[in-house]
Ligand binder design. Structure first.
Ligand code: KG4
Ligand code: ZN
Length: 335
């Protein structure tokens, strides 16, 4: 099956074609992502109405380019998958509307995919993919969740953030330290210049049992440390390092607990924060200590993209699932 995937849940327009005849990442016939980061930068965050309008402008040209790169005519598609939620409703509607219309015109099935299931299954495109059951850490700008994956499509929530998501904590902390939007990767780059241990922040909720997270207090700790400091370039880097270490260590502690609780040795990490180098290193070490392993998608498949939606959609469509003709756009949707 050749499945088109469309992602428009936030500020990235993603399109890809996944072919189930080929294994893993080889099935990815073509993919393209257009990022709206520059459009939203001057507002310091995503402006929903601007996001929707830009998806309208970019989606069809991106679709044409992706099909040309895949060497496929539109009539050679066997199905269309789109992100049905969660996300910004106006942005979701653009992808859902185009996907539905295309599927109807081509007389092929369409399927609304859960954005986080897309992230969660993305590591399965890599070589030597993990087989369920395993534990997944979903860390993006909107979510921080630990999920037990019993089978593809059978998920149990083990724990989640009670306030800010990990990526949101990175972005908000970066903003209050005067870094430009989007702050997560910038803060991580700054942290690389910082001295470990120069500033130590707490590891929230690790002093009690449980798999939930809370990151909103960390930004206040950072703010107080920054205001009370000499505000030199080195201090800024040291504080960034302290913040990054706190988030990474907290995630590693909870992932270790989740593996132990699930009796699993395999951790799969997905979502934008999964691109963080120090998190990758720390989780590799944590899994190795347990004789297990951790699987990440390549960095470009960590952040929002159409490939993960094409892939998740292809797995479901190939298993015979599809939706009714309704256009689905669900701003809130439990996986
Ligand atoms: O999954 P994603 O692309 O979008 C959704 O939120 O669904 O994740 C974006 C988040 C942002 O908060 C961004 O700051 C964060 O991932 N991020 C990072 C890094 N790269 C992206 N956070 C820390 N270190 C990074 N290298
Ligand atoms: Zn995402």
């Amino acid at each position: 099956m050749r499945v088109l995937g469309i992602e428009t849940s936030c500020d990235e327009t993603g399109v890809a074609v996944y072919d189930t005849a080929l294994p893993g990442a080889a099935g990815l016939r073509a993919q393209a992502v257009y990022s709206q980061v520059a459009l939203h930068a001057e507002y310091g965050g995503v402006v929903p109405e601007l996001a929707s309008r830009d998806h309208v402008r970019k989606l069809l040209p991106l679709l044409r380019r992706t099909l040309a790169e895949a060497g496929l005519g539109v009539r050679e598609l066997d199905g269309v998958a789109y992100t049905a939620g969660p996300g910004l409703v106006g942005a979701l509607l653009v992808g859902a509307g185009v996907a539905r219309a295309l599927a109807w015109a081509l007389d092929v099935p369409a399927l609304g995919v859960h954005h986080m299931e897309g992230h969660l299954l993305a590591p399965l495109m890599e070589d030597d993919p993990p087989e369920p059951p395993f534990v997944a850490l979903l860390v993006s700008g909107g979510h921080t969740q630990l999920v037990a994956v019993d089978a593809i499509g059978v998920y149990r929530l083990l724990g989640e953030t009670l306030d800010d998501a990990a990526g949101e904590a990175f972005d908000k902390t970066a903003k209050l330290m005067g870094l430009p939007y989007p702050g997560g990767p910038q803060l991580a780059a700054l942290a690389a210049e910082g001295a470990p241990g120069a500033h130590r922040f707490s590891r929230p909720m690790t002093d009690r049992p449980g798999l939930d997270f809370s990151f909103s207090g960390l930004k206040t700790q950072v703010l107080l440390a920054w205001r009370g400091s000499d505000q030199s370039a080195q201090t800024r880097a040291d504080i960034a390092r302290g913040f990054e270490d706190a988030v990474v260590e907290t995630l590693a502690i909870k992932c270790g607990r989740a593996l132990d609780a699930a009796g699993s040795g395999v951790l799969v990490v997905a979502g934008g924060v999964g691109a963080n180098r120090r998190l990758r290193e720390r989780l590799h070490a944590m899994a190795a200590d347990r004789g297990g392993r951790v699987c990440f998608p390549r960095p470009e498949l960590c952040t929002d993209n159409g490939a993960m939606i094409a892939f998740a959609g292809a797995l479901r469509l190939a298993a015979g699932q599809h939706d009714t003709a309704a256009v689905r756009a669900l701003p809130r949707w439990d996986m």
